[in-house]
Design a protein around this ligand. Sequence first.
Ligand SMILES: [Zn+2]
Length: 247
Amino acid sequence: MNITNIPSPNFYTGRNNYTPVAIVIHIMEGSLSGTDSWFSSTKSNVSAHYGIGINGDIHQYVKETDSAWHAGRVNAPSWTLIKPGENGMYINPNYYTIGIEHEGNEQSDWTALMYQSSSSLVADISKRWNISLDRDHIIGHHEIYSLKTCPGFKVDLIKLISMASGNPIGNPVSSKPQTTIQSGRATTITRLNIRSKPDRSFAPLNTVDPGIELAYDGFTIQGENVSGNSKWYFTQRGNWFWSGGVI
Ligand SMILES: [Zn+2]
């Protein structure tokens, strides 16, 4: 893999005695070259370990043994492996994650070259740090910081993980799940996210409060497996919610 080094001054030396346990996927909301200069400036106060272009180019900004500044803020995290700290705070996730930025914005389709480079890089990193290739360890930024939708609405993390695991076709369960048409109603028992695919790697389109009745047009049992339950309902508008969040 061909990696171009473009060092960023924005990082903590070392990892405060932690080691990387997960890889955080980001979208740049901009171009690779724009990100190069943004991360090169001390004014931005942000960085990531890597950036990947739509043409598959890989840039490295921070060494994996140092802590890049890509996921330091935590808000209502849905990530199962987030490390709690003292007084309801969290250990800074920058200490124990590796961040990869991707060229484009939240609504732009990922190119085949970007999937290829990103999955190869994810595979390499996971080998170096013994990180499992699954959805607990390859996560979207919004799973740590819920106020952002990064990495957006297009990337399919199941496909990325599948490709990193050595499946070149990258046939994600979430792309075309088999569905059963059966309309009905369900009531939320928790704050429930509505998504464009039956898969938490897709950022929520909106969130519904507990006690709200939702109409559905059918379901799939091939959605993302959450706590042993892969049944997701779809709505008339083609959006999805997880069956574990309703009765
Ligand atoms: Zn991000």
